[in-house]
Design a protein around this ligand. Structure first.
Ligand SMILES: *Cc1c(COP(=O)(O)O)cnc(C)c1O
Length: 364
């Protein structure tokens, strides 16, 4: 028998690969900045570093597979039962577990588009089909269109608020009506990776929504506001049926002992971390106002990044930013997502955006 090597699933070839934010090219003439992945630009707090170092002395052992202490800390923090928490190696892994828990070939996963690029990848890996509902012109979710697109095959709906990469939130009242209208057999994921950057009065009460709805999953991460992107830990809050499924589909020992310790230390240091969040949101607002003053069109961002929908002119600003040592996240012919970083990085971004607005047709 003649073979051409290993026989792999042909449908995987059609899957997009995850495009991680790039690091800037090394330069000797200027300081470069990575503002492409919505990370925290702050180094870990001393208390968190100390917890990491202490945990490092025991890495000859497997981690606690149930992350008992971290689960208890999260449960206490949100005032929910420990049985309602599941942990994952980043919330991106939990996105995949949710899909694998609810859907397979022939099923459909719905989400706004453009949104988090993990959704189509996990959907494809599960052999399910994506239903992408275009964002409204103001970059917010079109919840009415999503409702109308539901079919008997729909298994999971992702609602990303604030939305990556557009930075817009879903109105709390509209979300509540939406959840009430979606059949309760469909899992609704509230992806709140950036929720800490939203003013409190604008946030949905997602904890109440999960309490009142057995099909709602609240998805959170330690990667952004808590500054632990490198350690890979995220969590869900949902009632038992979903939580139990997520615990089953989890990678055994996936969340390392170091990640567990660092996450607990971060919960304990939350007030310090939220001061950092406040400084990022202040910078975000400053950057946004400057851009608007120059004539850029943008909607106020509710996350730790700004989104410029530049369409075919995306490349002009992208090239100029790269030249200036700023690595941002381009979506070719669509727009640029620029993370809020160090003050120097933000200032340089503003200056480059200004130069480009004067010297090119970026503003048309
Ligand atoms: C960054 C991000 C996450 C979190 O990813 P981790 O795997 O927890 O690092 C989840 N959802 C969205 C929309 C994000 O942008």
């Amino acid at each position: 028998m003649i073979t051409d090597g290993p026989r792999l699933r042909p449908d995987l070839a059609a899957l997009p690969s995850y495009k991680a934010g790039q690091r800037p090219a090394p330069r000797t003439d200027i300081t470069t900045y990575k503002i492409s992945s919505n990370e925290s630009h702050f180094a870990p707090l001393d208390s968190v570093q100390a917890a990491i170092i202490a945990a490092a002395t025991e890495i000859n052992r497997y981690p606690d597979p149930f992350s008992t202490e971290l689960v208890a800390a999260i449960a206490h923090h949100f005032g929910v039962p420990a049985e309602h928490i599941s942990l994952g190696t980043g919330s991106v892994a939990l996105c995949g577990q949710i899909i694998q828990s609810a859907a397979g070939p022939g099923d459909k996963i719905m989400y706004a588009w453009r949104s988090f690029e993990s959704y189509p990848i996990w959907t494809g890996i599960a052999g399910a089909q994506s239903i992408q509902i275009p964002l409204k012109p103001d970059e917010t979710h079109d919840l009415d269109a999503m409702l109308h697109a539901i079919t008997p095959e729909t298994r999971v709906i992702f609602v990303c608020s604030p939305n990556n990469p557009t930075g817009q939130i879903v109105d709390p009242g509209e979300l509540e009506d939406f959840i009430a209208s979606v059949p309760s057999e469909i899992v609704i994921v509230l992806d709140e990776a950036y929720i800490e950057y939203v003013p409190e009065e604008k946030r949905s009460d997602s904890i109440r929504l999960y309490r009142e709805n057995s099909n709602v999953v609240v998805l959170r991460t330690f990667s952004k506001a808590y500054g632990l992107a490198g350690l890979r830990v995220g969590f869900t809050i949902s009632q038992e049926p979903i939580t139990n499924a997520l615990r089953k589909t989890a990678l055994p020992f996936g969340v390392s002992s170091i990640a567990q310790a660092a996450a607990i230390a971060s919960i304990n240091a939350e007030s310090e971390l939220f001061e950092r969040v406040a400084s990022v949101t202040a910078e975000r607002n400053r950057v946004s106002s400057e851009l608007i003053e120059m004539g850029y069109q943008l909607n106020p961002s509710f996350a730790n990044f700004v989104w410029l929908r530049l369409g075919l002119r995306t490349d002009v600003l992208h090239q100029a930013l790269e030249q200036a040592g700023l690595s941002v996240r381009p979506f070719p012919e669509e727009g640029l997502r620029i993370s809020i970083g160090e003050r120097e990085a933000n200032n340089r971004f503003i200056e480059v955006a200004r130069q480009v607005s004067i010297e090119s047709d970026v503003l048309r």
